[in-house]
Design a protein. Structure first.
Length: 347
């Protein structure tokens, strides 16, 4: 068993750590009263993302409260389209809104100066690395090109991403050009985050699960592979977690297809299938976020099942998606305590 101080990095190298490291997607969020107080000081959500003093504070809040093994940069996946001048704004009660883009608009897009456009975010990364405990892994991130493109084309979130899927069928060349541009900009963004102190990076593909098989290979695997290839060409030792929510059986080919070190698993992935995926390397996940609301025996039982099935191999314990605003902070305490009490041993 590995006993490295930086547990998340050890798992990303394929080692088994007991107990496994733990962090939670959206761990800095509205379920925490200290987050809500800090957010009230910002002039909207994007202002919170672009003000390093506030972004550092909300990133550190769950580390102070729970002592997670990783902190993830507080930002948003839509800063890339914002850098592309797509007029990103967050409307209270409605979520993100963008100016929708068509084929002509895509043809006019140019590669942004990511380091300049997103310099406040990069300053946040730099400050975080200086303020975090040495043993806490700092994760940078970006959205996957498919998920980013769905918002850019529809101008907002949709239940099944039909606008982007239809656009891709009717305008395949333009769509692939858009994905390629997002991938290039995202790679530059991730490289800059690594340069400022991020230890590893995660790529979020929140809408991968709506894609049919062929389109999954073309729009979920290929663009993420392009990002990882570009990042590793510049920073060969970069460690990458790739999370394709809802991908199901397509995860069987996702690690090899993208080159990711660790595969994120949503809560619908059966544990037997997760164990098969773990044979090829690290996995991350996959507790149902609603258990942070439910708590009690339901929470305890689900945590035990994940640990019993996956805790004997390279595992980063996490939720199967982001924690919800309705989560009880005390349930998070209970989760962390239960994970850290895991002893491993023979199944």
């Amino acid at each position: 068993m590995a006993n490295e101080t930086r547990k998340v990095m050890a798992v990303l190298e394929g080692k088994t750590v007991t107990p496994p490291p733990i962090w939670l997607m959206r761990q800095a969020g509205r379920y925490l009263p200290e987050y809500r107080a800090t957010r009230a000081r910002a002039n909207g959500f994007l202002d919170l993302c672009y003000r390093p003093d506030l972004a550092v504070e909300v990133t550190l809040q769950p580390i102070r409260r729970y002592g997670f093994d990783a902190a993830i940069l507080f930002s948003d996946i839509l800063v890339i389209p914002d850098a592309l001048h797509r007029n990103v704004r967050f409307v209270e009660g409605e979520g993100p809104q963008l100016d929708p883009i068509d084929a002509d608009g895509i043809a006019k897009l140019t590669m942004p100066d990511v380091r300049k456009s997103l310099s406040p975010v990069l300053e946040t990364v730099r400050r975080l690395r200086n303020e975090l405990p040495a043993e806490t892994t700092l994760l940078g991130f970006c959205g996957a090109p498919w998920t980013i493109a769905t918002y850019m084309i529809a101008g907002h979130g949709t239940p099944d991403q039909a606008p982007a899927r239809l656009f891709a069928y009717q305008n395949r060349k333009a769509f692939q050009h858009l994905l390629a541009l997002i991938a290039e900009a995202s790679a530059e963004y991730l490289i800059a985050q690594i340069d400022e102190g991020a230890d590893a990076i995660q790529i979020f593909d929140s809408w991968a699960g709506v894609l049919p098989d062929e389109e999954f290979r073309a729009y979920a695997i290929a663009p993420v592979k392009r990002i990882i290839d570009l990042v590793r060409a510049a920073r060969p030792s970069a460690k990458v977690i790739a999370f394709a929510k809802g991908a199901g059986y397509n995860l069987k080919h996702y690690r090899a297809g993208t080159g990711a070190d660790c595969i994120g698993l949503d809560w619908t992935v059966p544990l037997d299938f997760a164990a098969e995926l773990q044979k090829d390397g690290a996995v991350q996940g996959n507790l149902d976020p609603l258990l942070m609301v439910a708590g009690g025996e339901a929470l305890d039982g689900a945590v035990s099942r994940i640990l019993d099935r996956l805790g004997h191999g390279p595992l980063i314990f996490n939720l199967g998606h982001g924690i919800t605003p309705q989560a009880d902070p005390e349930n998070v305490t209970r989760l962390v305590e239960k994970v850290r009490a895991f002893k491993g041993g023979v199944r």
